[in-house]
Ligand binder design. Structure first.
Ligand code: 8YV
Length: 321
């Protein structure tokens, strides 16, 4: 085996991706503690491969002086300091497109589960309550519901297309209105006030931190449902927990949390809440496709110094495009 340390794995990845990176690129994994590696072979690392769970922060960039590219497994890359990467001329890639279907499928699943109470009803049957207490309480109709999508990017569009099949009334909020047949609302509060279900599909990071504020949650109201397949940082989680506990929000379907893998204990006691462990992209098909996008980026960068799916880096002094 070669001693090359041109490619560095930062944090855990899918086992099949780790194996491919080792085999094809003699990748090494950043050890813990990292110091002796960083003070030695780390000086030669040109490509770092990481995921949304881990990322490359400014300190690690400083300690990898030859780093030229950060290849991220995942559509979201908020754990990587992209402003610092831009300053240092380090390119960053993600895995767009290939996960849109599965993330959108999960959003639809959460909407149906929360509104129809499927997981809670499953527990009802398993507890023996059907025989002991009779029919399950009535739930809420999904078809025709008013659904607001916060963040109409590729994933938001995939969610909207599916909801159209349920005859849902779709509206959205985005940084800019798009040329789509859905109603645009100019603030998250106005969107929340106008819908039965609010689906969060924006990217994470400082621009969207607590975009779903206490005010947005209040606008959604005691019959409203919040679904989050994006990042926990987008939602004011203490405000969400308080609203659910006090009956000021109808329900929630959550695949992302502020401090994963920790889920607020209060939520686990609520039947009106469906909790999934950040699994939206987690099918065999999609995770393999994401790994292939990662491998294509690493191979192309090593061949000609460009990335297949680069992300738009922030320009100094401006917000993200
Ligand atoms: C991944 C994700 O599970 O694509 C994303 O942004 O959050 C998920 O697809 C995650 O990036 C893996 O850590």
């Amino acid at each position: 085996t070669t001693e090359s340390t041109g490619v560095l794995q930062v944090g855990p990845l899918m086992p099949f991706l780790e194996a491919d990176l080792r085999e094809l690129h003699a990748a090494r994994r950043l050890p813990d503690p990292p110091d002796s590696f960083l003070d030695g072979p780390g000086a030669r690392v040109e490509v770092a491969v990481t995921s949304g769970r881990f990322g490359v922060d400014a300190d690690l960039m400083r300690r990898l002086p030859a780093l030229r590219a950060i290849v991220n497994f995942g559509a979201g890359y908020d754990t990587t300091d992209v402003a610092e990467a831009a300053r240092r001329g380090i390119a960053v890639s993600n895995t767009p497109d290939v996960l849109d279907d599965c993330v959108a499928d999960t959003a639809i699943g959460l909407i149906i589960d929360v509104m129809r109470g499927l997981s809670a009803a499953d527990r009802y049957v398993r507890r023996g309550d059907w025989a002991a207490r009779g029919n399950y309480p009535l739930t809420r109709k999904v078809s025709g519901a008013r659904v607001g999508i916060l963040g109409l990017g590729r994933i938001g569009m995939a969610i909207a297309r599916r909801l159209a099949g349920f005859d849902c009334v779709i509206s959205y909020h985005n940084r800019r209105p798009r040329d789509v047949p859905y109603r645009y609302l100019s603030t998250p509060v106005e969107l929340a006030a106008d819908v039965d279900v609010l689906v969060v599909a924006v990217s994470g990071g400082p621009q969207t931190h607590h975009l779903v504020s206490a005010e947005v949650i209040a606008a959604l109201g005691s019959d409203g449902v919040l679904v989050n397949v994006a990042r926990g940082s987008v939602v004011d989680e203490p405000a969400l927990v308080a609203a659910l506990l006090e009956g000021r929000l109808g329900g929630a379907g959550l695949d992302a949390f502020a401090d994963e893998p920790h889920v607020p204990a209060e939520l686990r006691a609520l039947d009106r809440v469906v909790l999934t462990p950040h699994l939206a992209s987690g099918t065999a098909e999609t995770r393999r496709a994401m790994a292939d996008v990662v491998l294509a980026n690493v191979a192309q960068f090593r061949a000609d110094g460009t990335l297949v799916t680069p992300v738009a880096l922030p320009v100094a002094g401006e917000g993200l495009a």
